[in-house]
Design a binder for this molecule. Sequence first.
Ligand SMILES: C[S@@+](CC[C@H](N)C(=O)[O-])C[C@H]1O[C@@H](n2cnc3c(N)ncnc32)[C@H](O)[C@@H]1O
Ligand code: SF4
Length: 372
Amino acid sequence: MVKVNHLYIHLPFCARRCGYCDFYSTAGSLALAPAYVEALLCELQEAAPLFGALETVYLGGGTPTLLGGDLLGRLLAALTERLTAGAEVTVEANPATVTPRLAGELAAAGVNRVSLGVQSFNVRLLANLGRAGSAAAVEPAVNVLFGAGIVNLGLDLIFAVPGQSASDLKDDVRRAVALKPKHVSCYELSVAEGSAFQRRWEEELKQQSAVSLLYYETVVDILEDAGYKWYETSNFALPGWECRHNLAYWRGADYLGLGAGAWSTVGLKRWRNPEDIDRYVGGGFMRERHWEELAPPQKAAERLLLGLRLKQGISMAGYEGMFDYVQLNLLLRNGFLQTVGGKIYLTRAGRFAANEVCARLLQNWEETGAGG
Ligand SMILES: C[S@@+](CC[C@H](N)C(=O)[O-])C[C@H]1O[C@@H](n2cnc3c(N)ncnc32)[C@H](O)[C@@H]1O
Ligand code: SF4
């Protein structure tokens, strides 16, 4: 039987929903958190036969730190025996929730990596994003986490935000670097089609979209100059501090996801729990999971596309039948792709146009419906 070494736990609680966010979470449900953790412990028990020794655990959300140290500690205590020595245990945190007490409790519970959702240090841009919380909370949160011994710290930023100028962007990235995180994620703002946020910012989003490539280049330049490796499309780390959990995912490893709305992929099976805290707490969710059987070519295409997001690319072995060779040759000749020693990877120019390059590379395969 397949054994899984990577675990994601979804904690869909937020103090307030941010205007741009499309992740599953709810505001005003925190009273359900103790029952939710109990349901997670049941799901963990149910999934036990699938667990190998866990190399990475990622508590994401939502805002996991809203649950507080006691509940997170109870959850993590149930995992301790399943962790390999040196396992990476990450918690996503909103800076406003980080207190010395919480940081100490997280460290004591075995958390050794925190991903802080900053998005921007600019109060005006945070307001445009419809995001509660203050930029002033970031630096104290970083100091408190470092003080608690959690040195593996990542900061998340978003760019191409309504109202953002090139100098606003530079300021955000430089302020992130000044805090000396080991890791920086910098995502281009993605906005759900038809959302209230999209209607509110329609014109401004078009303008941001026109400069987003330039902004992306600015992000990469500043972070590379500061010594960060651009190891995945939106992710940068000081050497040796890449996020091992996400790396495993991008390399196509199996993973289990627990909690409302969480996805799991094990072999050719993929399933998702319903996005509903009440049903999750009620326990009936297992019968309501969405199941998919992945066809081997679909799984291969996913692996290829995820692998191409990584700086080191992916071995071509087994994927040769999927390429559109006319496009491949064009992309090689025009400097968007390179092949070396049986590996294929995006060049620097290719990485800035990753979606387009990947679409062209698999054009023939997608058009013929070879993906099943
Ligand atoms: C699941 S969120 C959780 C972070 C945490 N709740 C917070 O907001 O501080 C993880 C990260 O995804 C990114 N993100 C969320 N919504 C996004 C969007 N619409 N476009 C781009 N990035 C987004 C943000 O950088 C965020 O920190
Ligand atoms: S960005 Fe974070 S805090 Fe805001 S709604 Fe999404 S998950 Fe919650």
